[in-house]
Design a protein around this ligand. Structure first.
Ligand SMILES: [Zn+2]
Length: 113
């Protein structure tokens, strides 16, 4: 299903904001190089934080489609609990992205309020 152009996209859980920023960066590079295109986003990928480095939303969702094989990758990140990158069958189906429950042994995600 995937091709060599997009096979490096990690299909994985995202545990920390640092991981998320890395994923966003690699996706942005694929878009810039023409290997992928953004097909859905609820926030521009260069405006995830405001000028005070605060998240502008609690939940971010982006979809990228490989320009070669058409595989759609959905990237969800909830700033409170983490997120994931999954292969999507079609553009934007948020029901495939239930909130990740905070695990007891993983209490260092995000900020506790
Ligand atoms: Zn591909």
């Amino acid at each position: 299903m995937r091709c060599e152009q997009c096979s490096m996209v990690p299909v994985t859980d995202i545990h920390t904001p640092q991981e998320y920023i890395l994923c966003v960066g690699s996706m942005a590079r694929m878009v810039l190089s023409g290997d992928a295109e953004i097909v859905y986003q609820n926030c521009p990928i260069d405006q995830l934080m405001d000028k005070d480095n605060k998240w502008v939303k609690e939940k971010f969702f982006h979809q990228f489609r490989c320009t070669k094989c058409g595989t759609i990758y959905g990237m969800l990140f909830n700033t409170k609990v983490g997120g994931q990158i999954k292969i999507n069958d079609k553009v934007f189906d948020p029901s495939q992205y239930p909130d990740v429950e905070k695990k007891a042994d993983n209490g260092d995600i995000g900020e506790k309020k």
